[in-house]
Design a protein around this ligand. Sequence first.
Ligand code: F6R
Length: 613
Amino acid sequence: MCGIVGYIGGRTAYPILIKGLQRLEYRGYDSAGIALVNNTNVNTYKCRGKVKDLEKLIGTQDISGSIGIGHTRWATHGAPNDTNAHPHVSMNGKFVVVHNGIIENYTFIKNRLVEKGYTFKSQTDTEVLANFIEDIYLTSKCSAEEAVRSALLRIIGAYGLAIICTDEPDKLFGTRKGSPLVLGIGNGEHFLASDATPIVEYTDKMIYLNDEELVIATANEIRLTNIHESGDKQINVTKVDLSIDNIDKGNFPHYMLKEIHEQPLTIADTLRGRLLPDAHEIHLGGIADVMPRLMQAQRIIIIACGTSYYAGMVGEYLIEEYARVSVEVEYASEFRYRNPIITPNDVIIAISQSGETADTLAAIRMAKERGALILGVCNVVGSSIARETDAGIYTHAGPEIGVASTKAFTAQAVVMTLLALQLGRKKGVLSEERYKSFIDDLVNVPAAINRILADEDKIREIAEKYRSASNSIYLGRGLLYPVALEGALKLKEISYIHAEGYPAAEMKHGPIALIDNLMPVFVLATKDRYYEKVVNNIQEVKARQGQVIAVVTAGDTVIRKMADYVIEIPHTEDPFIPLLAVVPLQLFSYYVAVMRGCNVDQPRNLAKSVTVE
Ligand code: F6R
């Protein structure tokens, strides 16, 4: 939540900061701002709204300066308005701050500062921090670096920060705890950002800051220290393999549509080097060292939030079915606070696209303290969760910029499928013959998704028919139950239509009361072991005049006669059906949202990376 960006070097900072904020806008988009430093003169521009509103506000005003910081906000303290927008400038103008996170003890600090005569313009915790640093700086007569360090030692909470001191305008300070921060190393210039996307255009050399590290950058030098001591730390530079094409919309009108269409490629990327069809083998290099411990696990606990949680459910069903290991899937936010029983014989798998979700990170830390082996399934390379886990498997889906997760879900489900099949084979639960036939079929999944995407016009027609619905139900059984939940989440988050996902058989225990002739009911009814039972569920809906849109296996003639609409997906082996069945649901949600005039890539109230609990 919130994106921060900073620049120091020889160029005009403004275009770099604006472009950086556009790239980070998926992290929060209720207000935006920048501060530009030209010698000791600081121009701060900020407003409620998006980065394009900020650009409009700045218009022809002074944009000079080769040092600057910027922010795009997802409000935590204080309503989204012009005053609460970042950057925040301290009362005497000495410090300018942008912040991603929450300062928990800000009220206590604010009261102390008010007693000392400080006044505040905004309701934010960030302005308190700016004044707190300034107060230390002025009363202790210390350097800006010492003032920043001293303030950070006394605050409680999470932060990614970019800070400028107007008395030392040739320095850019960056620090983090709980919220991500990356420093890019250019030629005579340095960049700061919440993730690598604003920086890749200029350099591939980056430093991923660790918690409590403090970097001090001038145009030509960097010093890495931490908030506890001023001594220099060793700098580890990472070469980031991310191209601009990955973060552009290309010819698509929205990132979400681009990301839906990328899935044949991203799934192939997830499989690359892991699915070895010629050798009929699955190779998961990232967890090879911990495989013996995983094989001994009494229980696997999957922790995640939102869409990643549903991918975890797919993993639960597959691991229990094919490897016969007991699996629990937990919402990270519940797990971390409910004092769960965790033993050193447990293996925790944390699933997270961003690798920065605060609840998932906190749950990992708790489980680690209790001795469990922690594995990560993350998309963002170098993210906090990827670094804090003992081992892991990257999903390699490339940057996901649309706020609603699509390609990350299928990539996570692919990883969980590979893990289940490998574990099943190694444990001897899955016969060699079955294992090989699964591998042969998994190779065909990207092509099968291409065939579903070719039917896009039909899905758009169905969306046209139901665009004005107020409610909807998604039903599925077995592996398609998590897909029903994911389909419902997609629809509600981007089109604001109320949607419920349910296990199909559970419908008669309550939700069936909602069904009338206005209620669209998505039924996931492919040819698997539940088929006959789901056919009965469709009849129950039709008997109550519900509108049925069924996702079926190609060639199904039975359901075609009962349903109002059918969407066919190619035949595939059971474990891979979720990878195909989710795609029409993603497209349906996308088109409904577009037809309703919703902002598909940036739905209201949401942010891509949830770094607050
Ligand atoms: C839904 C969505 C969210 C995320 C959730 C977890 O489309 O994107 O529900 O799945 O916030 O985020 P990560 O996977 O980054 O931990």
